[in-house]
Write a protein that binds this ligand. Structure first.
Ligand code: ZN
Length: 136
């Protein structure tokens, strides 16, 4: 799995250059390891109507799920930024929809060592309406 995670981090780095960010000039790349073992990458895609912009993490996850992947087992996020490219709140929520809470989340930035977290560390007590409906 270690080699697969290294490949995942490399794919995230490569995706940075695909960012479309004429407004923020911030370039982020992400890659997800899907349940099939395939890797999908994504970049942030901005829009002149700012609310229509989408983050790199969600781009990668949506690509995977729309190709009929069942879940995401790991994600790597990086960017042309001088601090760690931590995922925003919306992306953490989307990650919780398709990832187990113990799934690894790798985060980096320009010339920074990768840090490894679990999704639960980044999103404790996640909002999960499915849990509300579970019968005892
Ligand atoms: Zn985000």
């Amino acid at each position: 799995m270690k080699d697969k995670y290294e490949e995942l981090k490399q794919k995230a780095k490569e995706a940075v250059k695909n960012a479309y960010s004429p407004y923020s000039d911030i370039k982020i790349g992400a890659a997800v390891l899907a349940s099939s073992g395939k890797i999908y990458s994504g970049a942030n895609i901005e829009n002149s109507s700012y609310g229509a912009s989408i983050c790199a993490e969600r781009t990668a996850i949506v690509k995977a799920i729309s190709e009929k992947e069942q879940s995401v087992t790991a994600i790597a996020i990086t960017g042309d930024v001088f601090d760690y490219a931590y995922p925003c709140g919306i992306c953490r929520q989307v990650m919780s929809e398709f990832m187990q809470e113990d799934a690894p989340v790798f985060v980096s930035g320009n010339n920074l060592e990768w840090k490894r977290y679990t999704l639960k560390e980044l999103l404790p007590n996640a909002f999960d309406i499915k849990a509300w409906k579970k019968e005892e």
